[in-house]
Design a protein around this ligand. Sequence first.
Ligand SMILES: N[C@@H](CCC(=O)N[C@@H](CS)C(=O)NCC(=O)O)C(=O)O
Length: 303
Amino acid sequence: MAEIILHQYDTSPFSEKVRLCLGIKGLAWRAVDQPVVMPKPDLVPLTGGYRRIPVLQIGADVYCDSALIVREIDRRFAGPPLYPKGCEGFTGTVEFWADKGLFQAAVIAIFGALGDAVDPAFIKDREALSGQPFNVAAMKAMVPHALSQIHAHAALLARQLDDDRPFLAGEVPSLADAAAFYNFWFIRSFSPGVADSFPALPQIDAWYDRVSAIGHGQRSAMSRDEALEVARTCEPEALGVVEGDRGLVGIPVTLSATDYGRDPIAGVFAGSTAYSMTVLRDDPQLGRIAVHVPRLGYALNAG
Ligand SMILES: N[C@@H](CCC(=O)N[C@@H](CS)C(=O)NCC(=O)O)C(=O)O
C-alpha cells in the first residue's frame, strides 16, 4: 500500500492531533513540511486551492482537514482503533468540541498572551485566511476570560477521568484523547506559563503526561518534490457514492470550508460517504487527483 504522507508543520496544533493518532495506531509515516504562511506552491497543486494544514496524501488521494484525515487513517490501517468499540460516536463528538470550543479559547489565550510578540507577517496572513481582523489587542484584553473558559473545558474532561480511567474512552487511548490533548499542548508550547497545569484538576495533568508519552509513531521526512512525484505517478482509488448524492456524480462543483480558509476546490463530483465528499481534478503537472473533504463544516456548490 502507498505511504502515509502528511503535509504539516511542527507547530501546527491540528497536525499534532494527527501525529498523535499515528502514534496511537503505531504507524510509519512521512512528514512533508509546508510553510506556516502563504504562498504554499507545493501544497495547492495537490489540493486544488485548499491552503490549511494538515493535509494527508496517499498516492493521488488527497484528504483535507484533520477530522477526515484521522478517519481515513483509521479506515485504511490496522492497529488500535481511533474510534474504539462502544465509543465510536463519543470520540468524534469530543473531537468536534475540541476543534471548535476549546480551540477558540486556546487561540485567544495564546495570541493574547503573546501580544506584541506576534509576527506582523503572521497577523497579515491569518487576516487573509479568516477574512477578519486578527486583533491582538482585543485578544490581550480577553485573556482572563479565555483562561477561565479553558479551565471550565478542562473541568468537563476531568469529570470523565474521575473514575481513574487512564484515557477518556477507558483503558486505551483514542481520537478523543488526541483531540482534547492538542489544545493543551498548543497552549503549553506557545505561551509557557499561561496554563501549563491545572492544580485543581490533578487528573488532567496526569492524563496529559500519559497522552504525551504515546508519541507520533515512526516519522521520517519526505521532500515536497518527492510528494508531488508520488501524486504524479499514482492514480486515485476507486470511489463509492451515497444514495442521496448519485445525481451529483460527473457534475462540476466547488467544495469549501464554511468557517475560515474558504478557498474553493473546483472539480468534478466523484463520490461521497456519510463523512466525506470527493472531487476529481486534472492538474496540468500532476495528472488526476482525488480531493476529499469532510461533509461536516464544508459546503458544496454547483461549479
Ligand atoms: N478544521 C481544520 C483546521 C485546520 C487549521 O486551522 N489549520 C491551521 C494550522 S494548525 C492552518 O491551516 N492555518 C493556516 C495555515 O497554516 O495556512 C482541520 O481540522 O484540519
